[in-house]
Design a protein around this ligand. Structure first.
Ligand code: CMC
Length: 423
């Protein structure tokens, strides 16, 4: 819906550009016509560019608010489980009891991997990073599940989406057990989604994982908090790859690759490594000074966000969850947690962080919770990936349904040589 028109003067001529209103949040100037006037816009990192319209997730970075399909993240984390949320993201509404029963059955029936996929794992080095294995194995899924891969058929899209949501936890867990040289643990349908993943990660042939309701609830929260975050780098990657008509497994493999970077989903692992390196409260100032130094590439990991210029609401929930988990496990004196809280306090009182509006993000505390649960550092981003799969498939499906979608093809400002001849 257009609200008003923006007037721009190009080559001395006044041109009008429509404005697209949001249901909440800022309007966007529709610049699609600019190309006709031989002008493009320059926006590296897309800091001021809306690449699509979407009905899935809303982030208000100034207020520190996050809504999935209109529901506040705080309510979803408290009252729902991850599969409710994944259904909500995909379908727009929370499932009723009958819909949930069918959905759970479908996810459970898709959680096994094709037996030949085991051979793909075997091709990796034992010490490969689980994210590297995930990119490869998820990418290979199109070689196994091509029976329902017509991207223009809504039923096929739904089957592919459910296959991805159901199988990625199995792939993630196996990427790690493969690291350890241990046998793959198969999913068990009696467990809820999160507990099933912990079972596949921690059960051994000689001893089954013993679920703990507090840990299971905390883990579901981690999954819910990471399930979507509108047009972040990995979701934009999924949309860009999907815009070419690529199959869903290729799109999600690309999303996993994009997520791995330390500025994005790799931040939870990087935060924990940073806290371990800082080691002692007496060294915090030194690291804060490094983060502030323009000549030093070091950044305070788990701090700052492209959109939030206020508290990240996910970080607030994650910090509470951290208290609950450490309390349950009798780890209240955990030195890394204490160090993290001290670091947060010092940074939040520092002029540099205040002026730049840098707050802890979701990944500042999520790594501490995962470490307490026993999840190894190398699996932190894999957990993020399995959670974000719900958002990725919802965005991919939304893009496929939209009649405004076009192949993603940004322009550039050419700064190279002008035309010349080889002498
Ligand atoms: N430590 C020190 N300085 C920082 C930090 C940080 N963590 N984050 C931003 N700044 C500074 C930055 O140097 C810049 O300074 P100046 O204006 O003097 O050039 C200013 O704050 C604005 O930062 P920016 O880099 O322009 O912001 P951005 O939107 O491009 O980057 C970010 C956002 C998340 C990549 C960045 O804050 C960062 O690298 N944080 C650390 C990594 C991290 O925790 N990432 C997880 C993000 S949340 C999970 C997810 O959704 O992936």
């Amino acid at each position: 819906m257009t609200k008003e028109k923006i007037k721009v003067v190009l080559d001395g001529k006044e041109r009008e550009l429509p404005v697209i209103e949001s249901t909440i949040g800022n309007p966007s100037i529709d610049i699609r016509k600019l190309g006709k006037y031989n002008y493009f816009t320059y926006d590296p990192g897309f800091t001021s560019t809306s690449a699509c319209t979407s009905k899935i997730t809303y982030v208000d970075g100034n207020k520190g608010e996050l809504l999935y399909r209109g529901y506040p993240i705080e309510q979803l984390a408290e009252k729902c489980d991850y599969l409710d949320v994944s259904y909500l993201l995909m379908h727009g509404e929370l499932p009723d009891q009958a819909q949930k029963t069918v959905y759970l059955k479908s996810i459970a029936s898709h959680s096994l991997l094709h037996d030949q996929l085991n051979n793909i794992f075997g091709g990796f080095r034992r010490d490969a990073h689980p994210m590297a294995v995930m990119v490869g194995v998820v990418g290979s899924m199109s070689a196994f599940y091509f029976d329902n891969m017509d991207i223009n058929d809504p039923n096929h899209r739904q089957i592919s989406a459910q296959r991805l949501i159901a199988k990625i936890p199995t792939i993630a867990a196996w990427s790690y057990t493969y690291n350890l040289g241990l046998p793959f643990v198969y999913p068990k349908n009696e467990y809820d989604f999160g507990t099933n993943f912990l079972h596949m990660l921690f059960s051994r042939p000689y001893k089954d994982y013993e679920p703990n309701p507090i840990i299971s609830k905390a883990f579901e929260k981690i999954l819910i908090l990471h399930a979507d975050h509108e047009q972040n780098a990995s979701t934009s990657t999924v949309r860009l790859v999907g815009s070419t008509g690529a199959n869903p497994y290729a799109c999600i493999a690309a999303g996993i690759a994009s997520l791995w970077g330390p500025a994005h989903g790799g931040a939870n692992e990087a935060t924990l490594r940073m806290l371990t390196e800082i080691k002692d409260e007496s060294r915090i100032k030194q690291y804060i000074n490094r983060a502030k130094d323009k000549d030093d590439e070091f950044r305070l990991m788990g701090f700052g966000h492209r959109v939030y210029r206020n508290q990240d609401p996910r970080a607030i929930i994650m910090k509470e969850t951290c208290h609950e988990v450490l309390d349950e496990l009798g780890l209240n004196d955990d030195p890394i947690f204490k160090l993290a809280m001290k670091l947060e306090k010092i940074a939040l009182e520092d002029e540099y962080f205040i002026e730049k509006k840098l707050y802890p993000n979701v990944d500042f505390y999520s790594g501490i919770v995962m470490r307490a649960i026993g999840i190894p550092f190398s699996m932190f981003t894999a957990v993020f990936a399995l959670a974000r799969t719900a958002g990725w498939v919802a965005h991919w499906n939304e893009m496929m349904m939209s009649d405004e979608s076009k192949i993603g093809r940004p322009r550039q400002v050419y700064k190279g040589k002008t035309k010349r001849d080889i002498k």
